[in-house]
Design a protein around this ligand. Sequence first.
Ligand SMILES: CC(C)(COP(=O)(O)OP(=O)(O)OC[C@H]1O[C@@H](n2cnc3c(N)ncnc32)[C@H](O)[C@@H]1OP(=O)(O)O)[C@@H](O)C(=O)NCCC(=O)NCCS
Length: 167
Amino acid sequence: MSTYETMSFNLETERLILRPWAESDAADFSALLSERGNGTPPVERIRTSIGELLAATETTGIALLPVERRDGGDFIGYCGLIIGRTTVEEPEIAYELFQHAHGCGYATEAARAVLEAAASTGRKRLWSTVRAWNTPSFRVLEKLGFERDHITTDDNGELVWLTRSLP
Ligand SMILES: CC(C)(COP(=O)(O)OP(=O)(O)OC[C@H]1O[C@@H](n2cnc3c(N)ncnc32)[C@H](O)[C@@H]1OP(=O)(O)O)[C@@H](O)C(=O)NCCC(=O)NCCS
């Protein structure tokens, strides 16, 4: 069993709120995923996915969290920690926002709060895996103090691994 504290699932920044998933987020989450360009996942399936995310958090103590704007209270995406390609001890930071909310510094602001929450669990290191073409994501990670570590290759091409130690 992990020796880390459970991550805080309610985070506030100057402009954003990160809070636990609710079933009522399913339609927004589905709309967000549809922006990946592979169609719109059925809301019923996303409701199941939300249940799975909540169940995973029960065992890992880390979470992806919906991101809302404080002004307006609208869902703009998610940000948080996942095991992903790494481990529960040194998880990955992940984020995805609606296109209409890009370019306002929101991902950096949300990820900075997640980084602090990760440090508060006692974790010493985070990772991120980013496709070589994803300039905006590299910029977010650079602003947060992540450094490139190594590159792997899979069926989708090159994957850049970045890491940051936590205070
Ligand atoms: C990655 C993502 C979350 C960034 O969200 P965001 O809120 O726009 O990010 P921020 O505004 O905090 O920072 C983006 C930075 O990238 C820069 N940027 C954006 N597009 C760029 C481009 N084409 N070339 C160079 N820099 C670019 C911005 O100028 C900004 O840097 P700055 O603060 O120095 O000006 C968003 O693009 C997204 O949801 N993408 C799809 C999902 C995804 O790729 N997730 C990450 C998987 S690893």
